[in-house]
Design a protein around this ligand. Structure first.
Ligand code: PBG
Length: 315
């Protein structure tokens, strides 16, 4: 077995998995204001950025050959039903229009969820202290239509309400957006690895947690059911999230389904690498390459990662 491991040329020749910027998506956090570039404490190297800076980052991503950016919005004001998510002058809508005007060759994808926009921080409407499934669907569909109207190329629902892909598909079709694909966060686990993101997006639930709608981490077969349902409802791309702690789910989804499969290397995965590197305990670049390659090796076609810009330079 060692004959083909003896030089980088040989190793390159027989390499089974390759990373490429064309299959990567870079998440960004857009906030109100001008010239804002505020580093996220638990995600060193990642920032809350105002629309003007989002345009700059989008240009950078385009030049780096990255497939697209995934937009998250930090609204000026939050309320019970997350109104900013559906407002044509909402933060994401503004960012989409500004970026679309300046950047052509980059996919603009938006995270569809209410948690960044609601005062209580949950992903749906609350009644009697509980997240209501069906009343939330209409808002998610309205938000999707609003984002696409403002220039989104694809929407990515991450709320984990039942039936949301069908509701969004129907709304997009009836508004004349039948060509716009949906990338569903199909198997999204109730994970501790989202901690830093909630600081970045100010979306920590004010009471309770997300276990009544996101998946229970010990379950694998259930993930396949979730994915199957989303495909039946019309998802064009399905996602597993987080990525590295759920490589088994990625591998099983790859075996079972033939739709494009995305994996999200989430904020906690990023924060752990950064923290250990800062402490001098790991080789940072080597670990970044190893972790992202592992996610692709498990079967992900598309990689959503905070390292996208940096990886594009490294590769
Ligand atoms: C919104 C959403 C979350 C993430 C993506 N979309 C947070 C959550 O569900 O709590 C997590 C992304 C990350 O941790 O990098 N619902």
């Amino acid at each position: 077995m060692r004959r083909l491991r003896r030089s980088e040329r040989f190793r390159n020749l027989v390499r089974e998995t390759r990373l490429s910027p064309e299959s990567m998506i870079y998440p960004i956090f857009v906030c109100p204001g001008e010239k804002v570039r505020k580093e996220i404490g638990s995600m060193p190297g990642q920032f809350n950025i105002s629309v003007d800076n989002a345009v700059k980052i989008a240009r950078e991503a385009e030049q780096a050959g990255i497939a697209g950016i995934l937009l998250f919005g930090l609204p000026e004001e939050k309320d019970e039903v997350g109104s900013d998510a559906c407002d044509e002058n909402g933060i994401v809508q503004k960012a989409l229009r500004a970026i679309r005007e300046n950047v052509r060759n980059l996919l603009l994808i938006t995270d569809i969820c209410l948690c960044e926009y609601t005062s209580h921080g949950h992903c749906g409407v609350i009644k009697h202290g509980d997240v209501q499934n069906d009343p939330t669907l209409k808002l998610l569909a309205d938000s999707s239509v609003s984002h696409v109207r403002a220039g989104a190329d694809m929407v990515a629902p991450s709320d984990m309400m039942d039936g949301r892909v069908a509701a969004i598909r129907q709304a997009l079709d009836s508004e004349g957006f039948s060509n716009t694909p949906i990338m569903a966060y199909a198997a999204k686990y109730a994970s501790g690895f989202y901690g830093p993101f909630r600081e970045a997006a100010g979306s920590t639930p004010q009471f309770g947690d997300r276990r009544s709608y996101q998946m229970d981490p010990p379950n694998a077969r259930e993930a396949l059911r979730e994915i199957e349902l989303d495909i039946d409802e019309g998802a064009d791309i399905v996602m597993v999230k987080p990525a590295l702690p759920y490589l088994d789910i990625i591998a099983r989804a790859r075996e079972r389904f033939d739709v494009p499969l995305a994996a999200y290397q989430v904020s906690g995965e990023y924060a752990m690498i950064e923290a250990a590197a800062r402490a001098g305990w790991i080789e940072r670049e080597r670990i970044i390459l190893e972790a992202t390659t592992a996610i692709k090796r498990a079967g992900a076609d598309i990689l959503i990662t905070y390292y996208a810009l940096e990886l594009a330079k490294m590769l």
